[in-house]
Design a protein. Structure first.
Lengths: 156, 309
């Protein structure tokens, strides 16, 4: 029996902006496997109509999901899920370990933090998209408290 | 006078439709959103019929009642009804009740343009359009220069037999433009049906039925018009072809000229087209009287204010 597509809810009385509620729930469904890669999301207009919010609200949520590499907008098929489940804990731990080594090395050699971040951004951007998407998706998931600039730049 | 049968058909269909709606009605829903959506759908459907009939009547009155104009007026009356009917349905979908309350829910499911459209109605509309295009193209290619009749020549030009009216370019051109406008309007209305807000209900079957009913209304009105117009054009062309071919055969026999059996075949083909036209028009009537799917009755516990949406 086919699993029905998941729901999202928006609470207009919540202090969290509606676009963020939409973004976080869709991101959660993607990471949780409820929206597998290839799933087609509703059109912005249809989802906005269903939720009774402005089209721009949904557009912003979709835009952020696209920046995070979880979805992609295609001319023929609309917005499609591209992200997959989060990387394993081991994989993330490995990246953290390398990042710690990098930070220690940079401090030892006198390279300032901004320069290190710029180097990392450039490296992430240079990685082929299929690899970058998985990495960036997780970065967004764990980086909700990070400054927006880090998330935005890393998703380039 | 040609419009009189049309009026009878409209009255018959209205009576059958009203009867069917009365017998198939589902009890009012206790869910506010469902009740509001059903009210809106009923109002839109009634307004579409009213505006469609008004536009058709206005077109009929504005059109000439001379013999030459009557045929075109009959086509335009049908097209005016179809376009106005679909336009009102489009407006109804665009003004569909929006969700209210602070808590809103949406299903992450993409609705395609044709997802809600009944397949048999889509086929009926598509077949009607293809037949109309074929009839208009064939009529334009074989009709006389004035586009109103057809003339057959036999025995090396010794016999000329003409018949009219025939659906040449004179009748085909307004029909083609009108059908194109109707088709575009239908696409816009189906797009609005797919994009409009979902009805906030716990029962997905209700939301699905309401959307199917919307698409059904759109395709039903337009499809019936397409089939009626196509049937009319085919009937006129078939009758003219049959008459012209028969006259040719009769004239040849009267003058002892040998013309072969092709004209007898053409006469049969004309009769066949006329028969097919009757079937197409009948299909239009069936499309028009088949009611849209009914909304399921409330499930036990529905309407209990546990959820504000």
């Amino acid at each position: 029996m086919e699993t029905p597509p998941p729901d999202i809810t928006v609470d207009l009385a919540s202090p969290t902006p509606p676009f963020e509620q939409i973004r976080s729930q869709i991101a959660g469904h993607v990471r949780g496997g409820l929206l597998p890669a290839g799933s087609r999301l509703p059109t912005m207009r249809a989802l906005a109509a269903d939720l009774g919010v402005a089209v721009g609200t949904v557009a912003r949520a979709y835009s952020e999901l696209e920046s995070a590499g979880l979805v992609a907008s295609r001319r023929r098929t609309g917005t499609v899920v591209t992200g997959s489940a989060a990387p394993s804990v081991d994989a993330e731990q490995g990246v953290r370990s390398i990042a710690a080594d990098l930070a220690a090395r940079a401090r030892q050699d006198g390279v300032d933090a901004e320069t290190v971040l710029a180097i990392v951004r450039a490296a992430v951007t240079a990685v082929p998209p299929t690899v970058a998407r998985t990495t960036v998706a997780r970065t967004t998931a764990v980086g909700r408290q990070r400054p927006p600039s880090v998330r935005t730049t890393a998703a380039m | 006078m040609a419009l009189l049968p049309l009026l009878c058909v409209v009255l018959l269909v209205a009576a059958v439709g009203a009867g069917a709606a009365a017998t198939r009605a589902t009890p009012p829903s206790r869910e506010d959103a469902v009740a509001a959506a059903r009210r809106h759908a009923r109002l839109t459907a009634a307004a579409a019929w009213a505006v469609g009939l008004l536009c058709a009547a206005a077109t009929g009155l504005a059109g000439g009642l001379s013999d030459q104009q009557e045929g075109i007026t009959a086509v335009l009356v049908l097209l005016a009804f179809g376009i106005a009917h679909t336009a009102v349905l489009l407006a109804g979908e665009l003004t569909w009740p929006r969700p209210d309350g602070a808590l809103r829910r949406a299903r992450l499911h993409r609705r395609g343009l044709l997802d809600s459209a009944p397949r048999w109605l889509l086929w009926a509309d598509a077949v009607g359009l293809v037949l109309a295009a074929g009839t208009i193209a064939a009529g334009a290619a074989t009709g006389d220069d004035d586009g109103r009749g057809i003339t057959l020549s036999a025995a090396d030009g010794l016999i000329h037999s003409g018949a009219s009216p025939f659906a040449g370019w004179y009748y085909g051109r307004p029909a083609a433009w009108g059908l194109l406008a109707l088709a575009l309007m239908v696409v816009a209305a189906l797009w609005a049906v797919a994009e409009r807000s979902a009805v906030a209900t716990d029962d997905d079957a209700v939301e699905t039925a309401l959307r199917h009913a919307s698409a059904h209304r759109v395709l039903k009105g337009a499809g019936a018009v397409v089939l009626f117009v196509t049937g009319g054009l085919m009937a006129v062309s078939g009758n003219a072809l049959h008459s012209a071919a028969d006259s040719t055969v009769t004239s040849a026999a009267a003058n002892d000229l040998v013309i072969g059996g092709a004209f007898s075949v053409l006469s049969v083909v004309g009769s066949g087209i006329g028969l097919l036209a009757a079937v197409v028009a009948l299909a239009g009537l069936v499309v028009l009287v088949v009611p849209p799917p009914t909304v399921p009755a409330d499930r036990p516990g529905a309407g209990v204010p546990a959820r504000s949406w």
